[in-house]
Design a protein around this ligand. Structure first.
Ligand SMILES: Cc1cc2nc3c(=O)[nH]c(=O)nc-3n(C[C@H](O)[C@H](O)[C@H](O)COP(=O)(O)OP(=O)(O)OC[C@H]3O[C@@H](n4cnc5c(N)ncnc54)[C@H](O)[C@@H]3O)c2cc1C
Length: 308
């Protein structure tokens, strides 16, 4: 495997792992894409903050959670990726609020809230990313959105400081979040969040999670690498309906194919598709829907990195 690990980090107090030329396909649900120059796996929040302080001022930094909404071009990423997912990241009840680090997987929040007798987090069970990714995307489904439940957040700044911020510091919209006082994803990232859920019945919440997951298995092509919905739903309509109306179900470019099961999903068939195949297919779908249906689809998945 083309992967080098450098233990002698620039600061001996650092406790995380630095990976050089790290293939991003290992960290993305589409299972394709180029390598990052450097990737850092922080040991915890303080370690992530210290690592950011050691980076040269001009070094580009990208946070990647579970990579379930992300396409990295085949030429890879110049700069440093922070791999912000951990099965050991902190989650606890803080009084009536649920505190979760951004590195916690969203489905774990759903289960944790349910077993502690809270309702309203169930929708997160079907969103296979991290809390950080859910906050950045305002991820949602079945009529619920992440930010409906956020009380306040802890941010990590490019200069390695941890700062608490309130909801009023952000403009929140459908699958879209704008930081009012800093550049989200360049100057500040989500480190943790406090969520408010209402009291509910444990058994009912667990049953709801099971039901939501069954609905997803029935409707989504989960057996093949994908990144969920590729396009946002335009106001009053569904991207999947428009794509299907253009006869694009099953349309393929290289190894990338519009799913026959759900037209707003692009699958990496046999795992052989390149990031270029997927990006070209995204462009083809956009162009076709615009010319045939007169609707300009907006991409929900984020695309980063260089062309080869
Ligand atoms: C099968 C499937 C089903 C899905 N269903 C849904 C759904 O129902 N609803 C929905 O909304 N989404 C859905 N998605 C998309 C995706 O799971 C969500 O957008 C998820 O919240 C992304 O989290 P992530 O950790 O994977 O983010 P990533 O893909 O790793 O990153 C996405 C973006 O968030 C940024 N980011 C990540 N962590 C941080 C952080 N700590 N601070 C700041 N920015 C950060 C990244 O830089 C990037 O720009 C689905 C995806 C799949 C594969």
């Amino acid at each position: 495997m083309h992967m080098a690990e450098q233990r002698h980090l620039s600061n001996p107090a650092l406790r995380g792992r630095l990976l050089l030329h790290e293939p991003m396909r290992k960290h993305l649900s589409w299972r394709t894409g180029g390598a990052a120059d450097r990737a850092y796996v922080p040991a915890d929040l303080e370690d992530a903050a210290l690592f950011l302080r050691t980076l040269p001022a001009g070094e580009p930094v990208h946070f990647v959670g579970l990579g379930s909404n992300l396409l990295v071009r085949d030429g890879g990423i110049r700069g440093t990726v922070i791999l912000a997912h951990s099965s050991r990241a902190a989650m606890r009840m803080d009084g009536e609020l649920l505190y979760a680090e951004a590195r916690v997987a969203s489905p774990k929040v759903a289960r944790y809230a349910a077993v502690h007798g809270y309702a309203g987090a169930e929708f997160l069970a079907g969103i296979p990313g991290t809390v950080g990714g859910a906050l950045a995307m305002n991820a949602g489904c079945y009529g619920s959105e992440t930010w409906d439940r956020v009380e306040r957040v802890l941010m990590l700044s490019r200069s390695g400081k941890l700062v608490e911020r309130g909801r009023a510091d952000f403009d929140i919209a459908y699958r879209h979040v704008v930081h009012k006082c800093a550049r989200l994803g360049a100057d500040e990232w989500f480190a943790a969040a406090w969520f408010r859920f209402e009291h509910g019945e444990r058994a009912a919440a667990l049953a709801r999670i099971k039901e939501l997951l069954q609905q997803r298995i029935a409707a989504q092509p989960l057996a093949l690498p994908n990144a969920g919905s590729v396009f946002r739903n335009p106001p009053g309509d569904y991207a999947a309906r428009l794509i299907e109306a253009c006869g694009l179900k099953g349309y393929a470019i290289g190894g990338a194919r519009v799913s026959e099961k759900h037209a707003n999903f692009i699958v990496n068939a046999q795992g052989r598709g390149s990031a270029a195949d997927i990006e070209n297919l995204i462009e083809h779908v956009k162009h076709t829907v615009l010319t045939q249906q007169g609707v300009e689809l907006v991409t929900e998945v984020r695309i980063i990195g260089d062309k080869p």
